[in-house]
Design a protein around this ligand. Structure first.
Ligand code: SF4
Length: 117
């Protein structure tokens, strides 16, 4: 994923690593159960400090991603993959851009990265 950014201290955001569900999960949204299928793409991180209490990235993932909260226990439901098209995007950007990698999964070193289609 990459996008022009509204963050004042950067011009683009970039995250070539995506988190895919390893199995179907059921989440409750607004009192209704919703099944999110295996293979759904999103993001993931593990909350590690009080500063993570109101993580905006988690909220985005709940609405638009794989539906998981950023709790350590959910790590086993995720497979991290390097997204091929996204990984090469910076090669297309012109020089002198301020780029923010966003967000960085803290668990990435333990993950198996592979090239996604
Ligand atoms: S993205 Fe990760 S490190 Fe950043 S606030 Fe959310 S849980 Fe914490």
């Amino acid at each position: 994923m990459s996008a022009n950014s509204k963050i004042e201290w950067t011009e683009k955001t970039w995250n070539p690593i995506a988190a895919f569900l390893k199995r179907d999960i059921t989440v409750n949204i607004g009192g209704r159960d919703r099944v999110i299928p295996k293979g759904t793409r999103g993001w993931f991180c593990v909350k590690c400090s009080p500063g993570c209490a109101h993580c905006y990235a988690e909220g985005i993932n709940l609405r638009l991603g794989n539906g998981l909260t950023y709790l350590h226990r959910n790590l086993s439901d995720i497979e991290f993959r390097l997204v091929k098209y996204s990984a090469s995007l910076p090669n297309e950007w012109t020089a002198d851009l301020r780029i923010r990698e966003f967000p960085t999964p803290q668990s990435a070193p333990a993950a198996t990265a592979e090239i996604a289609r």
